[in-house]
Design a protein around this ligand. Sequence first.
Ligand SMILES: *Cc1c(COP(=O)(O)O)cnc(C)c1O
Length: 859
Amino acid sequence: MIQKKQDSAGARSAPVAVPLVGRDDERMGLGVEALKRAFLDRLVYSQARFPEVATRRDCFQALALAVRDRLLQRWVQTARTYRDKGSRTVCYMSAEFLIGPQLGNNLINLGIFDNARQAMAELGLDLDMLLDQEEEPGLGNGGLGRLAACYLDSLATLEIPAIGYGIRYEFGIFTQAIRDGWQAELTDKWLRSGSPWLIHRPNVAFDIKIGGHTEHQYEASASRRLRVQWVPAKVVRGTAWDMPVLGYGVNTPNRLRLWSAEAPEEFDFAAFNAGNYYQAVDAEVLSETLTKVLYPNDEMEAGQTLRLEQQYFFVACSLRDMIRLQLQREADLSRFHEKFVVQLNDTHPSIAVAELMHLLVDDYEMLWDEAWSITQRTFAYTNHTLLPEALEKWPLRLFQKTLPRHYEIICEINERFLDEVRIRFPGDEAVLRRMSLIDEDGARYIRMAHLAVVGSFAVNGVAALHSELVKSDILKDFYELWPEKFRNKTNGVTPRRFVLLANPTMSQLIDETIGKGWVTDMMRLRELEPYADDPAFREKWRGIKRGNKEHLVREIKRVAHADADPASMFDVQVKRIHEYKRQHLNLLHVISLYKRLKDNPNLVVAPRTVIFGGKAAPGYRMAKLMIRLATAVADIVGRDPAMHGRLQVVFFPNYNVKSGQSIFPAADLSEQISLAGKEASGTGNMKFQMNGALTIGTLDGANVEILEQVGEENFFLFGMNTPEVKELRRCGYRPRDYYEANPHLREVIDLIGSGFFTRGDRDVFRPLVDHLLNHDEYMLLADFQSYIDCQEKVSEAYIDYERWSRMSILNVARSGFFSSDRAIKEYCTDIWRVEPVRIELTDLSEDDLQFKRAAAGAP
Ligand SMILES: *Cc1c(COP(=O)(O)O)cnc(C)c1O
């Protein structure tokens, strides 16, 4: 794979910091000996440690830097190739990149995981222990941020020129601890001892204006053009931090470029820890320190100036960076949209539409119409939510105060846009009000989704059902105006991290069974289908699952201090805690099962360990109460000797990418039980499927397509579908009717309300019970019986372990569609129109060295 030319320059030694391919076979080698030497070099020359005194952390750092050298060697080639070819580049703009720990993934993608393990072993070190040292960069909340990370992996693997643009939060998503059964938020200090993967580029810097006012003046020249000057209240300097993202089995590391604001002040940990999360974040002291903290709410909270400033800041830096690159290649910006395409990951970066207009019109003096044409051909927008309350909108006053020039530009875009709407729908005032970029009903808001749609040439949802609902519900008017803009791109996940790295034993069995190569061609997993009927294969399959469960049992012991039985069914729901995801429906089932087992000790059911994991937004009281209910039920069930070997509940704290990698491979059952029509896609569902878990789920998000792929007989479907939900709502949903009509449901809910799980305290769960009985926005009670019945079928299937294994194998065999490679290929052909660029790894010649000397002398 790696081409090496003969070294022609003979004995001349390489400059210390410049990795040269082939100049010294050992230097950047990938073999065991080379890795040992590189590790020891890095320990001494970067960490200034000798082996006898090196800490685990030093050793991790040394190995990471040795690996990073190998990435950077490829990166230099890649950057040069892209520059020379002037390749069309995808810019993936996202406020979140939940990338997970990097070392293991980089070893996998470089193809040196086993060599590294051996090299470390020969030095007396355990690779797993080193991997465990890496802190998770928590630069995202959940699915949306993880999607961006999976897409970067696939973009690089498919050799597509791409840049990920985001924010280098100093404090990522909080670390979750459980204190007295409640969620506690601790600051995430992922940068405490620096990240070996981030490379600071202090010379890639932009000064970004914020606040202030605008001044309008007509030019003195004959054209009398109107010139607008933005006089800011403050200026924030952004500098770039780059992380290489290597593709699997290729020489392409793409660039994840994260912007950091110069941060003179320290963050107020005390307020942060005291639970005053928002207060801490919103404090005056932070107005300077724009990139300090990731907002942990996955729902829109209007009125957070700092959040708007963050979004604007990273978008403004990114567009300036792209313009800088374009002006290095061409004399002007008239072909900007041919060289760059920008994907907006949700509306968080959608201010880019107004910012590009500002740059083109105000700074580069382009006429409005040309600038607008370029803008509209540059952006594409991915919608991520069907919850109307989660659609981003900014109070007009706040927006105007923060971005006065952009407010004017948005008004101008809106006027021109509404003229178009008037022509299309003459006399329809209601449609104008609905489609306007400015919400004029009551308190006035800027609607970011509308800005994104108007400024983009493509708009996509993230699963088939979701994309249909985007067209029929949340962006209906826009679909009628511009049907050609709308499309579907069902999400995917990277099998490199979530199968190869997370589940090495299953991966090896698949290698042995159908040969290698499936990890970049996941539809080949279909070749496993015949083995579902092979008893010997099924037995091996079960052995692997058992091993993965034993590993998770050790993790549960370590972090949740609980014993779990690996012989029981691992019934898992891990994801952000949210009412629409209905973790409390899962708990209603647990309590139902508990009650039935108490009433009938001879009941024949599969023994279960029900595992919950996930963070609640710190300001989201009901979600925190759902966590409290899970821990309370876990406590009572755990103390009951009658439940031993029959039922157990675990709350796994601090679910993140790292812990997910231990959880997915150990799951038997994947809980995907959102109310139909609420989950845009889900990607956790895909990670579970790829690791051989069966899904119990509603017809929601990508579950619909999972069901389609695996077949009804290999999926546990329950609950209302989207039209049924709509119909029930239309008729007037009365949850109390279900409670009155179903004695078992009544028993379960009454048990929660009785204080049984809280030592007699009836107050704790009252808000939850009241909400279920009186509102039940997500219709748990309507889906309850269907869910309980379905869980019974799950139990029967599990007891028939040969049948279960068969279903599990078929789930993996039919998971290929959910590879993020498939998703990215669709984006490439259907939206981005980009081609792969192959990177050859060659020796750096004499010319290169001269170039390098020239570059070194340049400013
Ligand atoms: C995949 C993933 C998610 C998304 O899970 P859903 O079940 O799709 O909501 C959230 N958090 C982490 C850490 C993940 O890896």
